[in-house]
Unconditional design. Structure first.
Length: 475
């Protein structure tokens, strides 16, 4: 079973400066591979001198180390190699229809560097006073040492095969994944086990979760989850301060130190809200999964990306632009995205799988208008945001609680009818080692030469137009 770890990292200023250089060099190799791929895809079918030449989908990076880029030799070769590996992995995800083509990475915002086992090691440290056993992270090589990095491990962990060092608004993190060896039950196995329950028994062990704007999560068992008033007040103050500093940033000269200070201040203000939303998602998902009575957790199949799209512009017959409610829609989009709907559902899915429980999605239509007692559906049943009164049987309940019960009932029917089909996980190719000399090494996924069309359109459309052809590669 895969377990993820994310710890706070505390490098010294000198260590942070060197790690930032590693981040920049790895990002340069990644962007160079993206630019090379775009060049070949643009001119392969438009220039006679490029006829028959296609962008190699490999992990070579040595041709980017030239006289114009001597600073690339100041970092370990594994850092550069991993940049090419990340680009190859991104393209593997594209072929698996898990995302679009790799795009250029920006030097602003959160940054990260991926390190493999050649560049780090964990050393065991015993506290002389408490005799507690801990670990210290050593990063670097003999030629390019970084030194021992202090990190706060709030739980025990084993040694990983690779780690990621990231920085966001001046705050550093250490993250990695490990396999603890415990078998993880699949969704199919859990669904088969739950299907053997009687309908009444399964309904008693099911929790329906209604997601809304006023109340982010309302459950069929009466539980509600929302940010505390203190958190909401602090987030509002941080947002106001960020807007104020954004105006100051716009008046400062580009490339100046004051502009960089203002940008750093804005990033710190926005980081608080991001941390609060993430913590809220983890606490909510933990509370849903930790309920001993709940074996089946049901969500609505909401298209958050579709729901938060900008409204289309409206134009009158005379050619004048009309109001399309963009300002009101922007406020609604901020409320939806701020409720952490998708993040909470994702966290609930993997935590439930570890606990041997199941998370399913049902159709969201009319869940707020249908009566959970008699099933009568009518728009007048919901009189207000919080009040639900059935026009047929007179059942009265909180609107969100009633919707949660409807969602739970639909999840039970979906599972017992046998229509539930878990989504199959698509994985990219595994890496294998390939030595290319004494000093530099290469990690390859199987190099192939691909004929790719121009542009960066939808992945599904491009996949129908492109067929990869393999060439022999020495292993």
């Amino acid at each position: 079973m895969q377990s993820g770890f994310r710890f706070r990292l505390y490098p010294t200023p000198e260590q942070a400066s060197r790690l930032l250089r590693w981040i920049g060099c790895q990002r340069f190799i990644y962007n160079a591979k993206v630019s090379e791929d775009r060049y070949f895809r643009t001119f392969a079918r438009k220039s006679l001198q490029h006829v028959g030449q296609f962008a190699p989908q490999d992990q070579q990076y040595s041709h980017f180390i030239t006289e114009a880029t001597p600073w690339l030799r100041e970092v370990p070769s594994q850092v550069l190699r991993n940049g090419a590996v990340r680009w190859k992995q991104a393209y593997s995800r594209y072929w698996k229809k898990l995302g679009g083509r790799p795009t250029l990475q920006k030097r602003h915002g959160a940054q990260a560097v991926w390190l493999t086992s050649e560049l780090f090691r964990f050393e065991q440290v015993v506290d002389s006073e408490t005799s507690a056993v801990g670990y210290r992270l050593q990063v670097g090589t003999r030629k390019c040492p970084v030194g021992a990095l202090r990190y706060a491990a709030h739980r025990a962990h084993t040694h990983p095969a690779s780690i990621t060092l990231s920085v966001d608004a001046g705050r550093w993190y250490l993250s990695f994944t490990n396999d603890d060896g415990v078998p993880e039950p699949s969704d199919s196995e859990t669904a088969d086990w739950l299907s053997s329950f009687a309908e009444d028994e399964l309904r008693a062990r099911t929790v329906g979760v209604d997601r809304g704007v006023a109340i982010p999560f309302a459950c069929s068992n009466g539980a509600r989850f929302d940010l505390t008033p203190v958190q909401q007040d602090r987030i509002a103050k941080k947002q106001a301060a960020a807007r104020r500093w954004q105006r100051k940033l716009s008046r400062r000269a580009k490339g100046g130190a004051n502009r960089r200070k203002a940008a750093y201040r804005i990033a710190c203000l926005r980081r608080y809200e991001k941390d609060v939303r993430r913590d809220f998602a983890h606490q909510t998902s933990h509370a849903l999964v930790a309920d001993p009575k709940a074996l089946l957790i049901v969500f609505e199949a909401l298209g958050v990306q579709r729901m938060t799209r900008r409204p289309k512009a409206k134009q009158s017959e005379s050619g004048r632009w009309e109001k399309n409610g963009a300002r009101a829609k922007a406020g609604l989009n901020r409320s939806i995205l701020g409720a952490a709907w998708s993040t909470t559902k994702t966290c609930t899915e993997y935590k439930a799988r570890r606990a041997g429980k199941l998370v399913v999605e049902v159709a969201p239509h009319h869940t707020s208008q249908a009566c959970a007692r008699c099933g009568h559906t009518h728009p007048d049943n919901r009189r207000s945001q919080a009040e639900f009164v059935c026009q047929c049987c007179g059942h009265t309940d909180n609107a969100d609680h009633n919707a949660g019960r409807n969602i739970a009932h639909r999840g039970v029917r979906l599972l017992l009818s046998g229509e539930f089909k878990p989504k199959e996980k698509k994985r990219v190719m595994r890496m294998r080692q390939k030595q290319l000399g004494a000093d530099r090494s290469e990690v390859t996924l199987g190099e192939i030469t691909v004929s790719r069309g121009a542009g960066n359109g939808a992945a599904l459309r491009s996949m129908n137009q492109e067929t990869p052809t393999s060439t022999a590669v020495g292993g």
